[in-house]
Design a protein around this ligand. Structure first.
Ligand code: PGA
Ligand code: ZN
Length: 398
């Protein structure tokens, strides 16, 4: 049973304050979890409060309800968090405290059992398959100024024989992008997730990534494709009813045409948020056109929310969902979204946020839920924390 929950402010990868939770149990179990934070957040996400405010509220309302709960009963822990908050979107105590406590409780329970977190979360029955890491290698949007309009170009080592080879392939693509940019005389800083953020057009970025992927593919001898997170809700201007690319705009119809063309020209394995988060119909049209050959994924569209996912399933809006526990506030809610997705033939992609910590929960979550993919960057300590944990899990060394 939980005897103590402590909360503190720690740094995230952008240097912003975030919430870290420690959970202690009667039998000596200990778990620690920290909340990540988005920059291109979806309109329908659970609410992140300023860290100190969220901590104060959670101490007052949630901690008293959690003490005495059985940490191994994740549903009960998460129900206590929901009851303490009393809203649908965690706007009272903040989804940042909620998710930190939810993850810390799961880790404390795993600690009591003496099992790795992925096993406690369901991985005892997992198959041989490991999630394929999607590695952000070039990016812009809300994650970097003066770079590409498209938020993320993602290396997808779909033919990698092991998770370790996939992780190293993505790092090699990241390095090859630097070479190709250098050859073109383009200087590049890095964005919030460690991807290169060059001041080039989206069209040139496609050339650069295609070239870098081809070089690494030759080298490693297995298939590497690439994909995108267009984060199109950030490009969409409600007043102009158009997607804005600098001086150019595209109507919804033109955006569908553009993305379908990209899927075919570059054999894209994956396209996340190609359209605005309120446009299920446009999503459905694109999925109808190219969903047989690529993953059309809803991130801001679904925000890990079963109600929004249900609407997507009913309208055939996509064929995959991004899962971010902090978008919904608890691990139980994230599991519900995974389950609904799986039952309806949707692929799941477990994901980091642009603001991250050293917390490795999502690596365990991806293995435990048999997710097809995990999106957690390529380089940088807060990203490699998850990637290295995946390597350890595959090596039975956790
Ligand atoms: P965010 O970006 O964490 O800034 O929301 C990641 C994503 O859009 O997938
Ligand atoms: Zn996204």
């Amino acid at each position: 049973r939980i005897t103590r929950v402590s909360l503190r402010r720690v740094l995230d990868s952008r240097g912003n304050p975030t919430v870290e939770a420690d959970v202690l149990t009667e039998s000596g179990g200990f778990g620690r979890g920290a909340a990540p934070s988005g920059a291109s957040t979806g309109e329908y996400e659970a609410i992140e409060l300023p860290a100190s405010e969220s901590i104060a509220k959670a101490r007052e309302h949630a901690v008293p309800r959690l003490e005495g709960q059985y940490a191994g009963d994740q549903r009960a822990v998460d129900a206590a968090l929901r009851a303490a908050d009393g809203t649908d979107d965690f706007s009272n105590i903040g989804a940042n405290s909620a998710v930190a406590i939810s993850m810390a409780a799961a880790k404390a329970a795993a600690d009591v059992l003496g099992a790795p977190l992925y096993q406690h979360l369901g991985g005892a029955f997992r198959g041989e398959n490991f999630p394929i890491p999607l590695g952000n290698v070039v990016g812009g949007g809300e994650h970097a100024k003066e770079a590409t309009h498209i938020q993320e170009f993602l290396s997808a080592p779909v033919g990698a024989p092991s998770v370790s080879e996939a992780v190293f392939a993505n790092a090699a693509v990241h390095a090859a992008v630097a070479d190709v940019l250098d050859e073109r005389g383009v200087p590049a800083a890095k964005g919030d997730e460690g991807a290169w953020a060059p001041p080039i057009s989206d069209a040139e970025a496609f050339e650069v990534v295609e070239e870098a992927v081809a070089r690494v593919e030759d080298d490693v001898g297995f298939e590497i494709r690439f994909g995108l997170d267009m984060a199109a809700a950030e490009l969409y201007d409600d007043d102009r009813e158009a997607y804005v690319y600098g001086d150019e705009t595209k109507s919804a119809g033109e955006q569908i045409e553009y993305v379908a063309g990209l899927v075919d020209e570059y054999d894209l394995a994956y396209v996340e948020d190609p359209l605005d988060e309120n446009d299920y119909a446009a999503f459905a049209e694109l999925t109808d056109r190219v969903g047989d050959r690529t993953l059309i994924c809803g991130d801001d569209l679904f925000v890990t929310n079963v109600e929004r996912l249900r609407e997507g399933i009913e309208t055939d809006a996509a064929n995959s969902i991004l899962i971010k526990p902090n978008q919904i506030g608890t691990l139980s809610d994230a599991f519900d979204a995974v389950e609904l997705a799986a039952r309806n033939g949707y692929e799941t992609i477990i994901s980091h946020r642009s603001g991250e910590t050293e917390d490795t929960t999502i690596a365990h979550l991806a293995v435990a839920t048999d997710a097809g993919f995990i999106k957690t960057g390529t380089v940088g300590g807060e990203r490699t924390a998850k990637l290295n944990e995946l390597v350890r899990i595959a090596d039975d060394a956790v």
